[in-house]
Each structure stands twice: as structure tokens, then as C-alpha cells.
Design a protein around this ligand. Structure first.
Ligand code: PMT
Length: 405
């Protein structure tokens, strides 16, 4: 979403500087080119090496480290599309407002002709200091953009206004200014599973189901068009402009999701995972015998969805996990039981007894159920439109998590 955009990220000397390492990653995941400039004081809170590794660029602090014909602050100001200063301390805000350019960061500001976003962060008493407010107002009056701080627990131990705005807000503001708005999953990593798993009996036979993968692939297409770093894990052969991991069995699917799990923001489990696999896979083709009967012993597959929810519960991941529920009767009741048993954040229920929706068809009709067991129906329509509705609603509800018990 930020592909081709050059973001200059300025870090000043406040404790919130440690959060900016994550902001660098968010910008990078949105394909931006990120260069970081720190005030000397910022390096008391974060290291150059961390920021260099995350931004994959040199980190500048010193004004007089000139290695090309242009002074550093001028080339930085020329190259970037936007300058985001986060956290911006009272000291830096006040210097900029008064035209002071006594370090590399403030010198770049003085030479910068494109949008500058200021995200202040400081102790609540410093924030309410009239000189700081006056200086910030001066910046706003001169076209600087701000992402105001929030109220909450502050690093100094008190509670009040002054905490750095959420990284989402800073990112959203950057996207908005760079005219890249309306893509709700920009900077988010999304995993989608699709298709029925294939459980081999012998080299020529297998157990599977009627899932075509269309529902999951529609969700992946939608996530991609909404700017997400999209990873489709599927049993189907597809070529897409995003990452596709081809798997076969439930075990392979589980491994692939676990390998990709870190930093994921949303998981949509639209795959029809076989509940059982063959206990003893036959290396050779099973031969016909005289007997009219044959028994294949099955063993339970792991419940991938449940294992993901357990992994989330035992980590500090904030991934939103969306399960699907395919039933032929008592759809809503079974779906409500599943969201509880599996522990996912949402479940999408569809009736797979109908021929016009569910398995293989191009259309679907679904119910989206959240943890409060609130049910929302999406009437029959193409799977592409259903995917848009699911993603839009899950995104909207997840941004308002306080409503979810
Ligand atoms: O692929 P299509 O032809 O387009 O059809 C779409 C669909 C009907 C397959 C899809 O909309 C759907 O309902 N997918 C879920 C199918 C399913 O396995 O439902 P379930 O109720 O059996 O399982 C509940 C959830 O647990 C699902 O998210 C499933 O992915 C997951 N699961 C199930 C078993 C298992 N061992 N591990 C799992 O993770």
C-alpha cells in the first residue's frame, strides 16, 4: 500500500521511542522505504542497530557525517515524501516552532517542504505546559499535522494525557496524507486457509470433501485488495499476486499456519479440514481381496482452529481468529457452540446442505457470529461480495474490541 513511498521517521528522546521500532516494521510491511533519523537523546532509549536492522537503512543522528556532495539534512529533506516525528518531545516541538535547527532532525525540519506529522509524547504536566501548547499550536497554524497524544498510564508512573497515540493512528494518518486511504488492511498480515484437506489412504486413494476453495480464495483476494500482506494456505493450485502456500493434509496445513503465525493480525479458517486421517498410510496400493468388506482405521486430526486459539491465549498475540462453521442442520446453535468450544473471535456459519450456496457454488449466504453471540446475516450473494462483507465487519468490530466481552 505504501509501495514506492519514502518515509522519513524522526525519533526524539522520550521513553515512547521504544515503540517506534514497531512502527518501522508496520511501515515496512506496507512496503514503504523507511529512513530513520534520531536526535542524540533518542539513542538513550533505542539503539541505532535495532533501527538499522528493522528499517534496512542507515540511521542518521549526526549533522556533520557528510558522505556525498549534499549536506545530509538537505538530501534527507529532498528524498522523503513525508516526515513523521514520533515521539516528539516538548523540547523538539518547541525548538521547531521557534526555527531552531541545532541537530540533524531539527535541521531537516527547517529544510523540509513536504508534509510533516508530529506525534507528541510526554509527561502530562509537560503536555499541559502553556509554552508547549502554544508552540504546538504554532506548528499546526503553519501546516504541520499532528496525531495527538492519548490519556492513560504514563511511563513516569502517573496517569494522564501525554501517552503516544497508538501506532495504528500514526500509520493511518501517514496513509491518509499520502493519499492511500480506504484500504483497511494496509500494514496488516492476514492468513487465509482454503479448500478441503486431502488425507491419503495409499498412493492412489484419499479422503477429502467437496470444498472448492472458492470461499477462502475470495477472502484472500479481498484481503489483498484491501492492502494486507496476504498469505493463502490452500490445497488448491492457484497463482496469485500474493503469497500462496500449497499444502495437502491437515497436518501440513497446521504446520504452514504455525510457521507464519508470528505478527499475524487476522486468520480466516475457511478450509474444510478433515477431522480424521488414515491411521496407517499404505506405502503400496491396497490390493482387492476376496472379502466384500474392507476397514480403514482412522485417527483424529488436530483441531487446527482450536490449536491456533490456544496458541493465541498463551502468547501476547492480538491476532483476530475467524473460524468457519459448515453444518447441514441447527446452523446457528452449532455455530454458537463452536465459537465457545474453539475459542475463536468470530465464526462464519454457512448451510452446506444447500446446493445453491456453501460447497463449490459461486455464491454463499452466511451468518457472522461474534463472542457476544450477536448474529449478523449476509444474504445470498457472490462469494467475492460475502468476502468483502466478512472482512469489513470483522475489521470494524475488531477496532472496537471494548464492545466484545
Ligand atoms: O471451498 P468452498 O467450495 O468455497 O466452500 C466453502 C466452505 C463451505 C468450505 C466454507 O465456507 C466453510 O464453511 N469452511 C469451513 C468448513 C469446515 O471444516 O467446517 P467445520 O464446521 O467442520 O469446522 C469448523 C472450523 O474448524 C473451520 O474453520 C475449520 O477450518 C476448522 N477445523 C475443522 C477441523 C479441524 N480438524 N481443524 C480445523 O481447524
Amino acid at each position: 500500500m505504501l509501495s514506492g513511498k519514502n518515509i522519513l521517521l524522526g525519533i526524539t528522546g522520550g521513553i515512547a521511542a521504544y515503540k517506534i521500532c514497531e512502527l518501522v516494521r508496520i511501515y515496512k510491511r506496507a512496503n514503504a522505504n523507511v529512513k530513520v533519523v534520531c536526535t542524540p537523546n533518542a539513542l538513550n532509549f533505542v539503539t541505532k542497530l535495532t533501527l538499522q536492522s528493522l528499517s534496512q537503512n542507515d540511521v542518521a543522528t549526526e549533522q556533520f557525517e557528510i558522505d556525498n556532495f549534499k549536506p545530509e539534512h538537505i538530501s534527507y529533506a529532498d528524498e522523503a515524501d513525508i516526515f513523521v516525528i514520533a515521539p516528539a518531545t516538548a523540547n523538539t516541538i518547541s525548538k521547531i516552532a521557534n526555527g531552531i535547527a541545532d541537530n540533524l532532525l531539527t535541521s531537516i525540519v527547517a529544510a523540509f517542504k513536504k508534509p510533516i506529522i508530529i506525534a507528541p509524547a510526554m509527561n502530562c504536566n509537560m503536555w499541559s505546559n502553556p509554552f508547549v501548547q502554544e508552540n504546538l499550536q504554532k506548528l499546526i497554524n503553519n501546516g504541520f499535522l499532528t496525531v495527538p497524544p492519548e490519556s492513560g498510564f504514563l511511563a513516569c508512573g502517573t496517569t494522564g494525557e501525554g501517552r503516544l497515540a497508538s501506532l495504528d493512528k500514526i500509520f493511518d494518518k501517514t496513509v491518509e496524507i499520502l493519499n492511500c486511504k480506504n484500504k483497511i488492511l494496509t500494514g496488516k498480515k492476514v492468513i487465509i486457509t482454503a479448500g478441503g484437506t486431502i488425507e491419503d489412504i495409499d498412493p492412489v486413494r484419499y479422503i477429502s470433501n467437496y470444498s472448492s476453495g472458492k470461499m477462502g480464495i475470495s477472502i484472500a483476494d479481498c484481503a489483498y485488495s484491501q492492502g494486507a500482506e496476504t498469505i493463502l494456505i490452500t490445497t488448491k493450485d492457484v497463482v496469485k499476486p500474493y503469497k500462496v502456500i500449497k499444502v495437502k493434509s491437515a497436518l501440513e496445513m497446521q504446520q504452514a499456519i504455525f510457521d507464519e503465525f508470528d505478527d499475524t493480525d487476522y486468520i480466516f479458517m475457511a478450509a474444510a479440514v478433515a477431522d480424521f486421517r488414515v491411521k496407517n498410510f499404505n506405502e503400496q496400493k491396497i490390493k482387492k481381496t476376496e472379502s466384500n468388506e474392507m476397514t480403514i482405521e482412522l485417527i483424529k486430526n488436530p483441531d487446527i482452529l482450536k490449536s491456533l486459539c490456544d496458541k493465541k491465549a498463551n502468547s501476547n498475540s492480538s491476532v483476530k481468529i475467524v473460524g468457519f462453521c459448515a453444518e447441514t442442520e441447527n446452523l446457528i446453535d452449532y455455530a454458537k457452540a463452536k465459537i465457545k468450544n474453539k475459542g475463536c473471535d468470530y465464526i462464519v456459519a454457512n448451510d452446506v446442505s444447500r446446493k445453491d450456496i456453501g460447497f463449490s457454488s459461486d455464491e454463499n449466504e452466511v451468518y457472522l457470529i461474534d463472542k457476544n453471540l450477536d448474529v449478523e446475516k449476509f444474504e445470498k450473494q457472490s462469494k467475492a461480495l460475502i468476502a468483502e462483507k466478512i472482512i469489513g465487519e470483522v475489521y470494524a468490530k475488531s477496532r472496537n474490541l471494548c464492545n466484545i466481552k
